[in-house]
Design a protein around this ligand. Sequence first.
Ligand code: ADP
Ligand code: MG
Length: 338
Amino acid sequence: MSKPQEPIGEFDLIDHFFKAKQKPNSGVFLGIGDDCAILNFSNNVNYGLAISTDMLVEGRHFLKDANPQLLGHKSLAVNLSDLAAMGAKPLGFTLALALPEVKPQWLSEFSTGLLNLANQYDCTLIGGDTTAGPLTISITVFGQIDRQKALLRSNAKVGDDIWVSHEVGDARLALGAIRQEWPLTQKTQNLVEKRMHAPTPRIELGLELGDIAHAAIDISDGLLGDLSHILRQSQVCASIEMDSVPVSDSLNNQTPELRRLCALNGGDDYEICFTAPPSSYDAIQSLSKKLHLKLTPIGKIRPLTQNTESLIELIDHNGKTLTTELAKPYLKSFDHFK
Ligand code: ADP
Ligand code: MG
């Protein structure tokens, strides 16, 4: 009897059916596999065009009857976040919309949320497509990037510190309460839902990190899962001090288990996880002050070791490494098909 097959995941699917079938192209500086692709500008040796697409589908990425203004904001914010994670400056975007019906009030609020954010970052709507169908919002953003400074997932170095912007886990805390996985007070619910529905793309941070950091990713699927993309592509390991991961007061007031689960494993925060050499420590502290944005070191990049089961070692507040069994629940990350 043949063995039951493992379900094919999102990333294997992309590699196997799409990435593997392409021939190399010298106009493509960076292809599939990072937060953005980078195309070369033919007339400029230093700059490239950073491009990223993200799609939001009703019932999967947002709930039916979601607030249209917040949805407009979030649709663009998640795309801008990929530019931020690359260190690119936003230029423009296209919008492909499938709408079940034309509701002027809904469109008015949606476009307000979308374009307020676009105007804030000088990111111009340059085209798109509109069709009837189940509510789906697909945005492609374009940004300018100095290719030498691009924050590639493949560029983390042994000895780097691992940093996280602001706080993580609130979006997962909010989602769990909506799904009735755990209760929250109304006040906490309101606070964390705001973080879930209106993420802030860290564009200014990404632009400044080009000179001082090595690798970066935005946290869309969960801190440890997204960090592991950096580790795999850079061929390194990491140790994470799990209780130094920055969280909000709302999350800090939950049980230690729930706090750790949301902070380490929860997606949809759109903060930036980056790696930088210890020599950048002071520059990062100054940047944090300048941007009024909390930046916290949470661990270290380590050499790749063959005999560990996971690329990430979790260290508790006593300095003890968690056993594989205890670490397991935190090392799962979100995959649409697994
Ligand atoms: P992100 O979370 O930053 O949006 P993902 O982890 O979802 O990126 O995707 C990983 C990589 O696979 C990215 O480089 C993305 O552009 C690419 N990718 C995703 N879906 C497809 C597809 N259908 N065809 C080609 N490339 C894809
Ligand atoms: Mg990303």
